[in-house]
Design a protein around this ligand. Structure first.
Ligand SMILES: [Mn+2]
Length: 546
């Protein structure tokens, strides 16, 4: 079934994670033709971990990038050989199925080698030059099949047969000196020779030209426990076919390109086009062969299908979004710059959270909502509105939250406070990862701006560690390639934010009437990054441009 990944922004917050999980659930119940997979673009923050843990919901699949990968191809089940499969059978398979590579797979399904047409040819050129004829252990039945021979006699217990091969072309007394116990001899219709060979230890007679095998010969073969095969081929033909009875393990090559489900198609292309196999072998985590990718598999343009929730700006989306096929966007932020290949369902409503929108659709469509989903959606609303404290909170958020409260069987106030406190701990946390946890990038008037927001009730702790946070800010700014950075420490109880900035102080003066001290400024009633902060920075930058 076609897969569609439902995913929120990078540095996911609670709203984006629970929206992805809930919307995937919603879509799976209204559309049975596709499989909607909740995904995430990064590590969970402590608040979200608490939420998923509280409602016992699995963590969504991590997608570092939505670039097309092996997983997006329609993989065929491959033809393969076992290490003891005779080369003859592999060559036949290649011809019948018109394939150039046959992977060799052991009894656990692991790929151990590859036989190629070219490799096959090269091995035979080399072998016929130097090596005496030899039968490597091969089941008697397989050898008979390859020689197109009848099994005239074979001891009951003997399954595998092997040994050095002689041709009965010398005078008999010369030949008898050459053979040792267990050897194989290709003979014609010379009955005395057949008998003498059996009595001198030949383990297998290959009687060519469909020559008769007498009762006397048969009797001795039984006594000696030797095998007799009879073929219509001549001596030369039989020798040629014996060469093809080699197990492929002797001629397979062991350096072959492997890829996994998560290898990007870009990398696969490079491998396939550079490899002498003109193919790559797909294996799972245990090394088991899944499929083979050849050039024809790579002709078609493949894209991952995605639904974006809780964001619509390219800079906030997971990597590779330009190579993905966006099917829908559901958001509650400003309209950004993502463009799509086709007309898509794009829903944006200025409410407090994406969770509000998705919950309202469950209710509108009368889709049964499990307690866990209600709990997650409620958490998304609480997280994004800081328990209805943010100015972005609408009456719709409150109304939906009350309905979710009933289904989820938690108390909004008690649960909400507990959840927010979990996410607001800053003590003992690494400043860089704290700053990266919820950082968003904006492009305003040609400036690359990074704004990190950290919820905390501990302004004193922040001021005490100001140097650490400033160093961390510098590092994060550099790693994001931003030319300005702001960190908002927001206290939902005090209803104010402490902003730490790395930019021209005049921007702050223009936007908020003060530049504070030491690049730190407290902003009363600034709670929402997108509603209370970004627009005023945008106004200041626009004013400077003029
Ligand atoms: Mn949100």
């Amino acid at each position: 079934m076609e897969k569609v990944y439902v995913i929120g922004h990078k540095s996911p917050d609670t709203d984006s994670i629970v929206s992805a999980i809930s919307y995937a659930e919603y879509k799976n119940s209204v559309d049975g033709k596709r499989r909607y997979i909740p995904s995430r673009g990064g590590e969970l923050n402590p608040e979200t971990s608490f939420v998923l843990n509280f409602f016992n919901v699995p963590i969504p699949t991590l997608l570092q990038t939505v670039e097309p990968t092996v997983d997006d191809l329609t993989l065929k089940e491959p033809f393969y050989a076992r290490p003891d499969t005779p080369v003859y059978d592999v060559a036949t398979l290649m011809e019948e199925k018109n394939i150039k590579n046959v992977p060799v797979v052991d009894e656990n399904g692991k790929i151990v080698g590859v036989v190629t047409e070219r490799g096959l040819a090269r091995v035979y050129v080399r072998r016929t030059k130097v090596e005496p004829l030899h039968i490597h252990p091969v089941p008697t039945r397989s050898l008979a099949r390859i020689l197109q021979a009848d099994v005239v006699y074979k001891p009951q217990k003997q399954e595998l047969i092997s040994g050095s091969v002689h041709m009965a072309v010398d005078a008999l007394h010369v030949l008898l000196k050459k053979i040792v116990q267990g050897d194989v001899v290709i003979v014609g219709d010379d009955e005395p020779a057949q008998i003498a060979l059996l009595e001198n230890g030949a383990k297998l007679l290959i009687v060519v030209n469909e020559a008769p095998v007498s009762e006397r010969v048969l009797k001795i073969a039984k006594q000696k426990g030797a095998t007799i095969l009879r073929t219509s081929a001549d001596a030369f033909g039989a020798a040629k076919l014996i060469n093809l009875s080699l197990p492929v393990s002797l001629i397979m090559s062991k350096d072959f390109p492997v890829v996994s489900y998560s290898t990007s198609l870009e990398d696969v292309k490079e491998l396939v086009f550079e490899s002498k196999y003109r193919a790559a072998f797909v294996i799972d985590l245990e090394g088991r062969l899944i499929s083979i990718i050849t050039r024809t598999d790579l002709m078609r343009t493949v894209r991952k299908k995605v639904i974006l929730v809780d964001h619509n700006e390219r800079s906030q989306a997971v990597d590779g979004i330009d190579k993905a096929d966006i099917l829908e966007i559901i958001d509650h932020h400003r309209i950004g710059d993502i463009s799509t290949l086709h007309p898509v369902f794009f829903y944006n409503e200025p409410v407090g959270s994406t969770s509000t929108i998705i919950a309202s659709w469950f209710f509108r469509e009368g889709i049964k909502m499990e307690r866990e989903i209600a709990g997650l959606l409620l958490s998304g609303i609480i997280s994004d509105t800081l328990l209805f404290a943010l100015s972005t909170t609408t009456s719709k958020d409150k109304e939906i939250a009350r309905r979710l409260e009933k289904i989820s069987k938690v108390n909004i106030e008690d649960y909400g406070k507990k959840m927010l406190m979990e996410g607001m701990k800053i003590k003992g946390q690494d400043p860089v990862s704290l700053l990266k946890r919820d950082v968003k990038k904006y492009t305003i008037m040609d400036h690359n701006i990074a704004i990190s927001q950290i919820m905390t009730t501990d302004f004193e702790g922040v001021l005490k560690e100001r140097e650490k946070f400033k160093n961390a800010m510098e590092r994060v700014k550099g790693s994001l390639g931003a030319d300005m950075m702001f960190v908002l420490f927001t206290d939902p109880i005090r209803k104010s934010s402490l902003v730490m900035y790395d930019c021209n102080p005049r921007i702050l003066e223009h936007a908020f009437g003060s530049k504070g001290e030491e690049n730190i400024l407290e902003l009363k009633n600034v709670m929402s990054r997108k509603k209370d902060f970004v627009p005023r920075i945008g106004d200041a930058l626009t004013a400077f441009r003029k």
